[in-house]
Design a protein around this ligand. Structure first.
Ligand code: C2E
Ligand code: MG
Ligand code: MG
Ligand code: MG
Length: 287
């Protein structure tokens, strides 16, 4: 690693560090090109009511459709986007694409089902999300309840003034706020209630424990009871088996999402999935 003289300047040339910076710079430029060439695209994963299996919403998950490397998952480029100042552009692009997609589906006669988008806390720090969303909703004449926002539970939530003001800006628009990956961060339920979060999305690690141990079930049950007592609803992510789905139904978890219901899919496949669901053929039903 490089040494500094205390004023933040490098005292000597460090080839390893230099290579690291060069490759980061290159990757950042690739990502900028990808944005401009419309290679960042949303896939959609249904979220259904636990008891009825009815479609409630779908999560937009961004993918880099790379011409040579194929589909690059978000965890391979979102962290770089966050640290290099590109995350706001990606966040805006995601909202723009989601709203355009809703308008397109509406024009095709499909039912209007909300899309939930992921917004990283870093993006909130940079600001402007609420204004961009409001502009897109107006442009496509969409009601605000068709977009939901998922924010990863993090130490930052609730501490920064700019995050707080944007959360309330979104709430005033009528956007539902979801806490993503609940259980992996540090926030308490009372803190989240103060922030007026609407939905807890429990991390898939806890769903995974459900069928495996009594403790797993007890833990989930406690989250559901407390969330409900505080007026929040609960979504389980990462539902991969019929057994997990059945237990979640018993626990009163409101909604489920996961590979067992459907994998994230490109927009045309999502449209087909909706048409089938509309025709009364849910992909799965609770056993
Ligand atoms: P997340 O928001 O918690 O999204 C859930 C992740 O779990 C997705 O991974 C999804 O494909 C995956 N998943 C869904 N069902 C199952 C299941 O049954 N089993 C397992 N093992 N996994 C399942 P993905 O698409 O790779 O996204 C990873 C993370 O990247 C997301 O976690 C989210 O934090 C972030 N991300 C995705 N899209 C965006 C975006 O547009 N903006 C931002 N800022 N972050 C995004
Ligand atoms: Mg999410
Ligand atoms: Mg999650
Ligand atoms: Mg996650």
């Amino acid at each position: 690693a490089g040494k500094t003289d205390g004023k933040g300047q490098y005292r000597f040339f460090d080839p390893a560090l230099y290579e690291q910076i060069k490759s980061r710079t290159r990757l950042k430029q690739h990502l900028i090109d990808a944005i401009e060439r419309h290679q960042l695209q949303l896939h959609y994963q249904p979220r259904v009511a636990t008891h009825s299996g009815q479609l409630c919403s779908m999560e937009a998950l961004v993918r880099w459709m790379h011409p040579e490397q194929g589909i690059i998952p978000p965890l391979d480029f979102i962290p770089l986007a966050e640290s290099s100042g590109l995350i706001s552009r990606i966040g805006e692009l995601v909202i723009t694409q989601a709203c355009a997609q809703l308008a397109q589906w509406r024009a095709q006669g499909l039912p209007l089902v909300p899309i939930s988008v992921n917004v990283s806390p870093k993006q909130f720090l940079q600001g402007g999300i609420d204004r961009h969303l409001a502009a897109q909703l107006t442009e496509h004449q969409l009601p605000a309840n068709l977009i939901e926002v998922e924010i990863t539970e993090s130490a930052m939530l609730g501490e920064h003034e700019s995050i707080l003001s944007q959360l309330s800006g979104l709430r005033e628009l009528g956007v539902k706020l979801h806490v993503d990956d609940f259980g992996t961060g540090y926030s308490s339920l009372s803190q989240l209630q103060k922030l007026k979060m609407d939905v807890l999305k429990v991390d898939k690690a806890f769903t995974y424990q459900l069928g495996l141990s009594a403790e797993g079930r007890v833990f989930f049950q406690a989250i559901v009871s407390m969330a409900h007592a505080l007026g929040m609803s609960v979504v389980a992510e990462g539902v991969e088996t019929a057994d997990q789905w059945r237990i979640l139904d018993e626990l009163g978890c409101n909604e489920v999402q996961g590979y067992f219901i459907a994998r994230p899919m490109p927009a045309p496949d999502m449209a087909n999935w909706m048409r089938q669901a509309q025709a009364g053929q849910p992909a799965q039903t609770v056993a």
